[in-house]
Design a protein around this ligand. Structure first.
Ligand code: GLA
Length: 383
């Protein structure tokens, strides 16, 4: 990426030489809504990024400029900003975490621009948090480890955006690796990289272009439903700490004692954890047919058991069922809108785009957006 433009923009605004950072968005191949259940996920950072120019200033002022929307924001404290400056809360939330950790905050100037589509479920907010946290860590010589930065970025999301997200998005933005996906154990935070062979295949994201209201409140509600399931099983076996510790046999045994909704939510999470493990085996065996089947099963579970899909996502997935060059398709991320992720034959990318575009438009009146993405490196200094 050409960093001259953002550097020059920064210099013309603040007259100082910045450090430059890039932080990617993420995809998730499989393992949805498992991260906050101490389970497994299989994400990758992507070649869509937020680019930052950051420098200290000698006042206690925080001055931000969002280049894409041409908005400035300036403040002397790290209190959450008003709604129309929502984007600043991801940065202020990170500053607040540094302060909580006892770092003396001097003033900071920051300019950023992004090619991660907003509201499409590609974690543009995690990229904003992680890139800024990474930059501050360098600038202030704060000495936090990459893993601590992940945790601080996640807390910023909890406290300043009100979404009780798991750790996947921030983890992927920092630990992503070019040409690889990684399996993350969200309990131990150990991760292992898998080379994702993209010679014959391509990852296509199709953006429904809808984001339904209540997405974040439903997300928090699902978390609570999982916690209800854990409380139930804890009474039976006090060693159970999370749905990670529950297996399908236990679920069947206690099915009639559980609230039917809680049973469905738990069944989805327990099954999805298995699918992640199976999907990693499929990658090792280069079995993309199997991998695709698991993606489709994941969508079924998200739609019917976990109930975080929506009409538009289901239409997009359904449309792929008759296309034999699509190996797997499912909704991706939190749900209630955003993108589907599709694993397709590379040489059919154009056909795919045409067919899906026309059919989706016929059914919804919306023209979807398409993003063809590649697994890429996590957050980086660029100078
Ligand atoms: C959002 C959250 C993640 C994860 C996914 C669902 O992206 O930020 O932590 O829970 O939803 O898998």
């Amino acid at each position: 990426m050409d960093t001259t433009i953002i550097r020059n923009k920064f210099i013309s605004l603040f007259g100082n030489t910045p450090i430059l950072i890039s932080a990617p968005g993420r995809i998730n191949l499989i393992g949805e809504h498992t991260d906050y259940n101490d389970g497994f996920v299989l994400p990758a950072a992507i070649d869509k990024k937020v680019t930052f120019a950051i420098a200290s200033n000698n006042s206690r002022k925080f001055r931000f400029y969002a280049s894409d929307i041409d908005q400035h924001y300036e403040t002397k404290n790290v209190q959450p900003a008003p709604y129309e400056f929502q984007w600043t809360n991801y940065l202020l939330g990170v500053l607040a975490q540094f302060e909580n950790e006892g770092v003396e905050l001097s003033g900071v100037d920051c300019v950023f621009e992004s090619d991660i589509p907003i509201g499409a479920g590609l974690s543009s907010s995690a990229a904003l948090e992680c890139g800024f946290a990474y930059g501050l860590n360098k600038l202030l010589n704060a000495g936090f480890s990459d893993y601590q930065l992940v945790q601080m970025a996640q807390k910023a999301e909890h406290e300043y955006a009100g979404v009780m997200c798991g750790i996947m998005d921030q983890y992927a933005s920092i630990f992503g690796k070019k040409d690889h996906v990684f399996q993350l154990d969200c309990r131990t935070h150990e991760h292992s990289y898998f080379r994702f062979e993209m010679k014959d295949y391509i990852i296509a994201l199709v953006d429904t272009k809808v984001k339904h209201e209540l997405a974040s409140s439903k997300y928090n509600q699902r978390r609570k439903e999982c916690e209800t399931g854990v409380r139930f099983f804890k009474k039976i076996n006090p060693g159970i700490q999370a749905l990670r510790d529950v297996n399908l046999d236990m679920l069947e045994q206690y099915k009639n004692d559980l609230d039917p909704i809680i049973y469905k939510r738990c069944n989805y999470v327990v099954s999805e954890n298995h699918r992640v493990i199976d999907a990693c085996e499929a990658i090792e065996q280069h079995d993309f047919h199997r991998f695709g089947e698991l993606m489709c099963q994941s969508h079924d579970g998200l739609k019917n058991q976990y109930k975080v899909s929506c009409k538009e996502l289901d239409i997009l997935v359904e449309l792929t069922k008759s296309l034999d060059y699509v190996h797997g398709a499912r909704m991706m991320g939190g749900g209630f809108g955003g993108c589907t992720i599709n694993l397709i034959d590379r040489n059919e990318a154009t056909t795919f785009q045409q067919e899906i575009n026309d059919e989706y438009f016929k059914k919804t009146g919306i023209e979807p957006d398409f993003y063809f993405v590649n697994p890429d490196d996590g957050v980086q200094m660029m100078n």
